[in-house]
Design a binder for this molecule. Structure first.
Ligand code: FNR
Ligand code: LAC
Length: 351
């Protein structure tokens, strides 16, 4: 379903926020766009990429540039996938079902949030492409167990444990905009007696490293730890069974004044030392951002807000369009860097 020409002529991802603000409900826009505190980290996520400089190699045969790779063994057409974000129903009624279809059409993986607007079974049925499930633990352990079992049954192939939300961050613009967590928008919790129990205020990510090891040991799927910002935690994650470590500051929405994701990537890659895959999200808006992260050792990167904005502007097609712009920028960047395959990227491509 094409919902409008709003993404037509999209030149780059930085244009998305203003375009989305013009059409989204102001309260939804405040929720999607805001960061914690003074938003120093939110701004720094993008700015820190802009401080990096590349070292291109010339006179390389770049006739055939290949953007494809694998993420935990999942083949993808580009090294960019969709980060889990809550409440896609604020953008379009179809919510995450449309986003999943858009990601599949772009040739990449979709990660569904626990706090999705639509039930995971419905999202899974909407597209054939690969999908992962992001887990926030519920105060009721039985509900968490059931959620994970449902994800396994619906073809989600990894569990992403988000570790940076023991409490929800304080976001001033969201408050000023009057955002409240809506009733009837917790797609995954509709079948449980107390839907309100899914409200982030009541979600208690009471998980510890011991719980992580327990989950990794019995779920039968790879478990990924999202929200790691130090080498110490990266090591702990691997030691407790994580198949991958996901560098993230939650898009600057949790603890303000933590570093930009790209600025801690090297520390995490060094600590993991090849024992697990490393991903990154936060402020990825350009093909060159993607190539910078891969040169520093990330296997792949994820995008959050650009997907939400693409969804608001054009539904599934809008999501595909956003990812397609990134893919084109990556292709051109690879040709100009002299790296026709992603495997060739390394620290030598950065100053
Ligand atoms: C998020 N993020 C997030 N992460 C998660 O693990 N579960 C979730 O439910 C959500 N919800 C959510 C809502 C909104 C509106 C945003 C913007 C973000 C964080 C997300 O996965 C990712 O870390 C950031 O969005 C990445 O930064 P960028 O790409 O938005 O700059
Ligand atoms: C957020 C939570 C739900 O960032 O992850 O709003």
């Amino acid at each position: 379903m094409i919902q409008g020409p709003a993404v037509d002529g999209l030149v780059n991802l930085r244009e998305l926020e203003a375009r989305a603000e013009a059409i989204l409900d102001p309260v939804a826009f405040a929720y999607y766009s805001s960061g914690a505190g003074d938003e120093d980290t939110l701004r720094d996520n993008e700015a820190a990429f802009g401080r990096r400089r590349l070292r291109p190699r010339v006179l390389v045969d770049v006739d055939a540039v290949d953007t494809s790779t694998t993420i935990l063994g999942v083949p993808v057409g580009l090294p960019v996938a969709v980060a889990p974000t809550a409440q896609h129903g604020l953008a379009v009624p179809e919510g995450e079902a449309a986003s999943h279809r858009g990601a599949t059409a772009a040739g990449t993986l979709f990660c569904l949030s626990t706090l999705a607007s639509r039930p995971l079974e419905e999202v899974a049925a909407a597209a054939e492409g690969p999908r992962w499930f992001q887990l926030y633990t519920h105060a009721d352990r039985g509900i968490t167990e059931d959620l994970v079992a449902r994800a396994v049954a619906s073809g989600f192939t990894a569990i992403v444990v988000t570790a940076d939300m023991p409490v929800i961050g304080r976001r001033d613009r969201e408050r000023r905009g009057g955002y409240t967590w809506p009733d009837g928008m917790y797609g995954n919790f509709g079948k449980y007696a107390d839907e309100r129990g899914a409200h982030p205020q009541f979600l208690r990510s009471a998980m510890t490293w011991t719980d992580l090891a327990d989950l990794a040991g019995r779920v039968g799927l790879p478990v990924i730890v999202k929200g790691v910002l130090t080498g110490e935690d990266a090591e702990l994650a691997v030691d407790h069974g994580a198949a991958a470590v996901w560098v993230s500051n939650h898009g600057g929405r949790q603890l303000d004044r933590v570093p930009a994701s790209i600025d801690v990537l090297a520390e995490v890659v060094a600590a993991v030392d090849g024992r697990a895959e490393v991903y990154l999200d936060g402020g990825v808006r350009r093909g060159t951002d993607v190539l910078t992260a891969l040169a520093l050792g990330a296997r792949a990167v994820f995008v959050g807000r650009p997907v939400l904005y693409g969804l608001a502007l054009g539904g599934a097609d809008g999501v595909t369009a956003v990812l397609q712009v990134l893919r084109e920028e990556i292709e051109i960047g690879m040709a100009l860097l002299g790296t026709p395959t992603l495997a060739e990227l390394g620290p030598a491509h950065l100053r």
